[in-house]
Design a protein around this ligand. Sequence first.
Ligand SMILES: [Zn+2]
Length: 177
Amino acid sequence: MFYADLSPYAYCDDGDEFTDLTDGMRFVSFRPVYELSNVGWLEADHSWTSGQAPREFAHRLLAIVDAQQVNTMLGLHKCDLCPTPLPDSHPWYVPRPGDLLASAGTGEIRVPGSLGAVFAAPRLIGHYVVDHGYLPPQSFIDAVLAFDPYGAWEARFPGIRFPWLPDDADLRHVDDE
Ligand SMILES: [Zn+2]
């Protein structure tokens, strides 16, 4: 699945199912009230930028990937930048030899940017950055460096560490069920 960096996000137009893993597992589903822009939806057939990101960037990006799972129901994304397809015998969640992160992943992440603007990236972006040297747009790098996925946001939705949730967001705590 390819989307150009900074193009408007349109993959899931049904609202977001946002899972916060920082404090147990909490789900909130809502229709975003901000603009969503794509970052890191790479495919081998489309050119992408490689380069050296600030060291702190990869560290912070992986913390976000660990903290969030958005729209996981949309299925598995497989990296096709890797030189060979993953053999069926290789579990998708296990990194390939020599890689730091798995070359397939489910779901997306959300990174708040400037006011009212949020970046939408596949969770596989961690693999693209650390194993393929993908260099995302500077506006995304700045947003990742500025966002603390363990920070406190939105007292109305305890445990959901994300800004700008609409009043009609539907919060569910897995441990309540
Ligand atoms: Zn890969």
